[in-house]
Ligand binder design. Structure first.
Ligand code: HEC
Ligand code: HEC
Ligand code: HEC
Ligand code: HEC
Ligand code: HEC
Ligand code: HEC
Ligand code: HEC
Ligand code: HEC
Length: 450
């Protein structure tokens, strides 16, 4: 019944018209929104005014599952007058305190499990990780403009409130690890954009591909060239993307898994999770591949074998044990090959040149050798490993091991040159630097941005 009042899905509407033509039931031709269940007067005011102010935003909300269950603007945007982030200008229209920022903490009122799982994931905690390990940040090798429009758009900003208003340099932002004024981390809209907050959207590979692409982590490209990706693009119109939460069933609702199906959705015995760090058995993005529990900046709390078996249970819905175990054996061999044949020799040369003072440890990236070393693990090294994990041979070989060979040979030549001439080629005026080398959430960190 609900769906008749709040806009019927297109498919069932067509069906209804055909079937009922003979019965001469007069179905409305235009969709009507009627709010005929208990909605407070305050909540109704928001809807009435915003329906005129932002018709696009209103219709998007009206088509959501939230609208169908009478979750309205005020349920998410309603704020306490004492909150730091309330929208000051809004009092001109309305006396209710509202906040523009809606955080995982706000959603957790009704979705506590998703929020709890999300909070422990690498997604939510990425800013802390980045500031612990990244030379771009620690050594100020890029400036604020580059960080805001680059890094922070994917990883998240630290929202700052200045004079009662949000600092426009930190907002808008829907990065996965956004730090919110209420202390919570992340932004649920990274995958479920407002105001549809759709399950179907988050299940599609495009939801992840916004961030998971490019030379350093081409998961979307890898997926598109894999058998799973090819099948999904061939059959996607027949997939039942709208299955109820936790009921999205392999084989029944989809022929081949999307990113979400392998990394997040429930499947067989494996429960749905909002912690993407589950089901992972290697740190494939790291310079030297290690186990997640050995990743010092953010060690996984569970054993890699437990997580691997969860991922394998997902595969088991469609594949035999031998198929799956052989796939993982091949992945482990690729990891070993990358670590031993390429990464360790490159790292050995780097350390040797640091020891001989032919390179300077700080700043990073002022020597050609350092750039080339970075690309070896950060670009081709990741591509080889990610390609093997997710069945994309073109990435494993042509964009991976082939490039790794070329890169290692180049590093060997650069090393010889450095040793022969004894003269490093060093950039004197490294472009686009800044002095903000501590996290913005530490006292003085943000203020020293220039
Ligand atoms: C009489 C009209 C009116 C009413 C009633 C009203 N709003 Fe607004 N609201 C506006 C206008 C106008 C804006 C500013 C739009 C802009 O700047 O483009 C706005 C902005 C907002 C924003 C964005 C704030 C920001 O900081 O970005 C939110 C969220 C919002 N309203 C929610 C609500 C909620 C929730 C209610 C009910 C408690 C409500 N509004 C009631 C007219 C109204
Ligand atoms: C389920 C929670 C939820 C509901 C319900 C909801 N919003 Fe939002 N709204 C959000 C989130 C999340 C954002 C993005 C803010 C963020 O990233 O922190 C947002 C953003 C906004 C913005 C700023 C968007 C922009 O692009 O400028 C406005 C304005 C707004 N909402 C108004 C409304 C109005 C009006 C309603 C009711 C018709 C409504 N919201 C219902 C969660 C909600
Ligand atoms: C006041 C309670 C409430 C709040 C706050 C709330 N939700 Fe919901 N949410 C619901 C209810 C109720 C449903 C519908 C459940 C159903 O259909 O079985 C729902 C459904 C959903 C769904 C599934 C939609 C689908 O397509 O089936 C998503 C995703 C979702 N919410 C995300 C969010 C996010 C993100 C926030 C915060 C920005 C949020 N919700 C805030 C109550 C809430
Ligand atoms: C297009 C979105 C995007 C941009 C822009 C981006 N990143 Fe990332 N970053 C990612 C994704 C996705 C990953 C996860 C890679 C993986 O696991 O394969 C990642 C991983 C990382 C990691 C590794 C974390 C770990 O657990 O080892 C660091 C560090 C990092 N990024 C720093 C940065 C910095 C610094 C910038 C800006 C100079 C930046 N990123 C720009 C999306 C982005
Ligand atoms: C990295 C992408 C991503 C982010 C970020 C994300 N979700 Fe989801 N969410 C998904 C996917 C994928 C599903 C579908 C799971 C399935 O197939 O049943 C989902 C499902 C849901 C559901 C339906 C119930 C369930 O658990 O299956 C709710 C409610 C929900 N998300 C709320 C949230 C809230 C609240 C946040 C923020 C704390 C959030 N999501 C952040 C990807 C995401
Ligand atoms: C067939 C299942 C499957 C699909 C589909 C899939 N992945 Fe993966 N993914 C894996 C497996 C298996 C690994 C390696 C896990 C391990 O470490 O044991 C992996 C690894 C990753 C990693 C590396 C984690 C790390 O840091 O080591 C990221 C990031 C990732 N996948 C994201 C994605 C995205 C984004 C998509 C969609 C564009 C996707 N995956 C599609 C199975 C899948
Ligand atoms: C807004 C950007 C963004 C979106 C959207 C996004 N991710 Fe991520 N993801 C990241 C970043 C950034 C990291 C790196 C976190 C780190 O290691 O510090 C990451 C890391 C991961 C990892 C590695 C976790 C680990 O422990 O090594 C997996 C797996 C992953 N994402 C899967 C997904 C899937 C599946 C989706 C879609 C349902 C998705 N992501 C959507 C930005 C994003
Ligand atoms: C929803 C079903 C489904 C799930 C879940 C699934 N796959 Fe597949 N997979 C398929 C189908 C269908 C094919 C195509 C088989 C063919 O070539 O005839 C395929 C193909 C493959 C291939 C062959 C790739 C190639 O290029 O030849 C490998 C390897 C594979 N899957 C491994 C996995 C692994 C590992 C997992 C779990 C991480 C997994 N699959 C999860 C359905 C699935």
């Amino acid at each position: 019944m609900r769906s008749i009042v709040f806009g019927m899905p297109i498919v069932s509407l067509c069906f209804a018209l055909v079937v009922n033509a003979q019965e001469a039931v007069n179905y409305p031709k235009r969709r009507q929104y009627q709010l005929d269940r208990a909605i407070s007067k305050d909540a109704k005011e928001c809807l009435d005014c915003h329906r005129k102010e932002h018709p696009g935003l209103f219709e998007d909300w009206a088509a959501s599952q939230h609208a169908k269950t009478n979750i309205t603007c005020i349920d998410c945007h309603g704020a306490d007058k004492a909150d730091r982030d309330i929208s000051q200008g809004h009092f001109e229209h309305d006396k209710t305190a509202i906040a523009g920022v809606v955080t995982p903490k706000d959603c957790s009122r009704c979705h506590p499990d998703e929020a709890k799982e999300y909070a422990r994931s690498k997604h939510a905690n990425t800013l802390g990780i980045v500031w612990k390990i990244d030379p771009w940040m620690q050594q100020g090798m890029n400036n604020e403009t580059e960080r805001i429009s680059g890094c922070y758009t994917c990883h998240g900003s630290v929202i700052e409130i200045k004079n009662g208003d949000i600092d426009p340099k930190t907002w808008p932002n829907v990065g996965v690890g956004r730090m919110n004024p209420d202390g919570s981390k992340g932004s649920c809209t990274s995958c479920h954009t407002r105001h549809r907050f759709s399950l179907a959207e988050a299940r599609k590979p495009e939801a992840c591909g916004q961030c998971h692409l490019g030379p350093d982590h081409p998961q979307e490209e890898i997926y598109n060239e894999s058998k799973h990706g090819a099948l999904t693009s061939a059959y996607r119109h027949g997939y039942n993307w709208d299955a109820a939460p936790g009921c999205w069933t392999p084989g029944v609702d989809y022929r081949a898994p999307s990113c979400a199906a392998c990394h997040m959705s429930g499947s067989g015995k494996v429960q749905t999770t909002h912690d993407v760090t589950e089901r992972i058995s290697w740190e494939l993005q790291a310079p030297l591949t290690i186990r997640p529990e050995e990743f010092k900046p953010f060690p996984a709390k569970t054993n890699w074998k437990t997580e691997r078996s969860k991922m394998q249970d997902v595969c088991r819905q469609c594949h035999s044990k031998r198929w799956i175990e052989s796939h993982f054996l091949q992945l482990d061999n690729v990891v070993q090959n990358y670590n031993e044949e390429y990464f360790k020799p490159a790292k050995k040369m780097l350390d040797e040149l640091y020891a001989k003072k032919l390179l300077t440890k700080t700043p990073m990236f002022d020597d050609e050798f350092e750039f080339e070393y970075y690309e070896l693990w950060h670009y081709e090294g990741r591509r080889a490993r990610m390609g093997a994990a997710m069945m994309a041979p073109d990435y494993t070989w042509w964009h991976g091991f082939y490039e790794l060979k070329k890169q290692l040979v180049k590093l060997q030549e650069l090393r010889e040159q450095l040793i022969e001439t004894g003269r490093p080629i060093r950039a004197k005026n490294f472009p686009g630097r800044c002095t903000a080398t501590t996290p913005p959430w530490r006292k003085g960190g943000g203020a020293s941005h220039k």
